[in-house]
Design a protein around this ligand. Structure first.
Ligand SMILES: *Cc1c(COP(=O)(O)O)cnc(C)c1O
Length: 511
């Protein structure tokens, strides 16, 4: 529109203005034109600075600043008046600059990494459409897509039928499972609360994710009622030890109700022996939940799905496609074998303003009451889009490639002087020590371990300040600080694996 005619329109609007409490109510009060231009410019920045630059291995993986310095750089204060677009675009560039480039091929720090372009595009769409997945009327596309994705995941677990819901994380999926198992054991608890329940005990391995403890605390089970089962030297739950713990609970007069097995432990990447654990669950009538948040994606690979042998015997499964499959945080499913509506009976509150039963369409598509949430993100869409784009074969190829690279790195570690592998990787977790030259002739006594304990934190500091690499470290059980490197992204190559070892040597050889 010409400037003159815009002015004319403004004049007309003012002349016909409807005022309430001194506020003009005619027309919108936001400048859509300027807003649209801003979105366009930010999209351009996103393309250049994130989609292209943040995945380029010649760029830095992180731009370290200590918190006080970063506070100044970011100009965090919120003021009376808004900032100019120019300033806002600079803020966007800064937000990108000082954020960690988790899609960078040298980012091995966490159980997620890399960039999948199709799921990213799907995320743009869901951000723009801003749906909330509770009813078909407000979210028709994403409700149907979630149903289709859950169905496919259920098929990969090996169940004929099932149910499920996308949740805001593996931790939350595990909480769901604990709540479901308890409700299944004593349905009265939903209405009458904890006072109706006996002392309930759940079992998991020493290597389980910390969300098990959180779930027990949050749901009123109590962390003392989580019995931790010993693991073998590979980090797998020992079935005989599980049975001993179940007997112990019985002897104490407590009531065992749930076993939480892990497929792909967080630190070591170990897979519990599901078949043997399922036998024990059958015998003692315990709910079996498999936390496959990390390892579930091995189900996509014909070569590696045997790691989860027996998973079809589980009552519920947590599986995060945002980890190994790169569907973008968050993308986490809780899957349930029950097909009688247990998930909904356990969590529903039948809000009459949302889930009216006299709607004009099939209200079975209003799935929101299965959830503990009200508003819920359309997380299934990005996974579905990626699966559409790559096909099952493409997803399988990625898993196989990540695991092949892990094996390559493990074999290089064994060949190189100054590196020591802690475990042969079963999955994509490679755990190792870097041993500086000055340590190599010291006898492996307490003094040695104490000294070695201090190496990983120093190398970590140096890699982050340089911005060349991100790998996590931790002490674990009786092992002093070691690196845990996670391989996921198809952008990572053999050259990056060699780079990691060269770079660690460079950063730590003077220690
Ligand atoms: C990552 C992980 C979780 C937690 O998942 P979030 O989505 O981060 O909450 C739970 N269990 C295992 C084994 C994990 O690796």
């Amino acid at each position: 529109m010409e400037v003159d005619s815009i002015n004319q329109e403004t004049k007309n609007m003012k002349r016909n203005a409807v005022l309430v409490d001194g506020v003009v109510l005619n027309g919108p009060i936001i400048d859509s034109c300027a807003g649209e231009k801003f979105v366009e410019e930010v999209c351009r920045i996103l393309m250049n600075e994130v989609v292209q630059k943040a995945t380029d291995s010649s760029e830095k993986v992180c731009e370290w600043q200590d918190p006080e310095q970063l506070k100044k750089l970011l100009d965090l204060n919120l003021r009376e008046n808004g900032e100019t677009h120019q300033k806002l675009l600079q803020i966007c560039r800064n937000a990108i600059k000082y954020s960690v480039k988790t899609s960078h091929p040298r980012f091995f720090n966490q159980l997620y990494a890399g960039m999948d372009h199709y799921s990213l595009a799907a995320r743009f769409i869901t951000e723009a459409m801003n749906p909330s997945v509770y009813t078909y009327e407000v979210s028709p596309v994403f409700i149907l897509i979630e149903e289709a994705v859950l169905k496919k995941m259920i098929e990969f677990i090996g169940w004929e039928e099932g149910d499920g819901i996308f949740s805001p994380g593996g931790s939350v999926s595990n909480m769901y499972a604990v709540n479901l198992a308890r409700y299944n054991y004593c349905p009265d608890i939903k209405e009458k609360g904890l006072s109706q329940a006996p002392r309930l005990v759940m079992f998991t391995s020493e290597e389980c994710h910390y969300s098990m403890k959180k779930a027990a605390a949050f749901l009123g089970i109590g962390t003392h009622n989580v019995y931790f089962v010993k693991t073998d030297d590979r980090g797998k739950m020992i079935p005989e030890e599980l049975e001993m713990q179940v007997d112990r609970a019985h002897k104490e007069g407590a009531v065992p109700f749930l076993v939480l097995a892990t497929s792909g432990t967080t630190v070591v990447g170990a897979f519990d022996p599901l078949d043997e654990i399922a036998d024990i669950c059958d015998k003692h009538k315990l709910w079996l939940h498999v936390d496959a948040s990390w390892g579930g994606s091995a189900l996509m690979s014909r070569k590696y799905r045997k790691l989860l042998h027996g998973i079809h015997r589980a009552n519920s499964v947590a599986w995060n496609p945002h980890k190994m499959l790169m569907a973008g945080i968050q993308c986490c499913a809780l899957l349930v074998k029950d097909n009688t509506g247990l998930l909904k009976r356990c969590h529903s509150a039948e809000a009459s303003y949302l889930f009216q039963q006299d709607k004009f369409y099939d209200v079975r598509y209003d799935t929101g009451d299965k959830s503990i949430q009200c508003s819920r993100r359309a997380d299934a869409f990005k996974f579905w889009m990626m699966w559409k784009a790559l096909g099952t074969m493409g997803l399988e190829e990625r898993v196989n490639r990540a695991l092949a690279l892990s094996r390559y790195l493990a074999s290089e570690i064994k060949k190189r002087n100054g590196f020591e592998l802690l475990w042969e990787p079963e999955y994509a977790n490679i755990c190792f020590w870097y041993i500086p030259p000055s340590f190599r002739n010291i006898e492996k006594g307490p003094a040695y371990w104490q000294k070695l304990h201090q190496v990983a934190p120093v190398i970590k500091e140096r890699m982050m300040k340089k911005g060349s690499l991100m790998v996590g470290y931790q002490p674990h059980q009786d092992k002093v600080n070691f690196f845990r490197l996670i391989v996921i992204s198809p952008q990572v190559s053999r050259e990056d694996m060699d780079f990691v070892l060269d770079e660690m040597e460079l950063l730590g050889r003077d220690l």
